[in-house]
Design a protein around this ligand. Structure first.
Ligand code: FEO
Length: 162
């Protein structure tokens, strides 16, 4: 059994994972509407990852005898200035997720909750990958600019995400 304080914070985070997925669905729609099918595919998979993160947190609560409760998800943004802006927003969003996972980790540490720490450990590692993915795309924009040829090549590359 984990503390109510930690269970509540994890419940908050699983709702935030759904919110993250929804944000990425909005980005997927933006790219789909722009005809950038590689970016669109990439964001579709990104949203699915967030839903998988939600599932992992929800299962953790169920398996430790806690309740899962859903809250309202804020309205999602569908319009962006350009593809680079979308990726910048996504990168900053992932940094926010990392901050939140670290806060959960600190609570679990404080409470010496070694069971919760093992799950949170997985999420900390996952966040290294999540941030690195978006930083990598921002690096390409920094290196190549935002010309149509750049978009073409990045779109092609992102379309191969598995
Ligand atoms: Fe659930 Fe992208 O972190």
């Amino acid at each position: 059994m984990i503390s109510k304080r930690l269970a509540d914070k994890i419940n908050e985070q699983l709702n935030f994972e759904l919110e993250s997925g929804y944000i990425y669905k909005g980005m997927e729609a933006f790219f789909g509407n722009e005809g950038l099918t590689g970016f669109q595919h990439f964001m579709k998979l990104q949203a699915e990852e967030e839903y998988a993160h939600h599932d992992k947190f929800a299962n953790f609560l169920y398996e430790t005898g806690n309740k899962v409760e859903y809250t309202a998800i804020p309205e999602v943004k569908n319009e962006y200035k350009c593809p680079k802006e979308v990726m910048q927003v996504a990168y900053e969003h992932e940094q926010e997720v990392t901050k939140r996972i670290k806060e959960l980790y600190e609570i679990a540490l404080e409470e010496k909750d070694y069971v919760a720490l093992t799950t949170l450990d997985w999420f900390l590692h996952e966040q290294i990958e999540e941030e690195d993915t978006f930083r990598g795309i921002m690096d390409r924009f920094a290196l190549l600019g935002e010309a149509n040829t750049t978009l073409y090549w990045i779109d092609k590359e992102l379309g191969h995400r598995e």
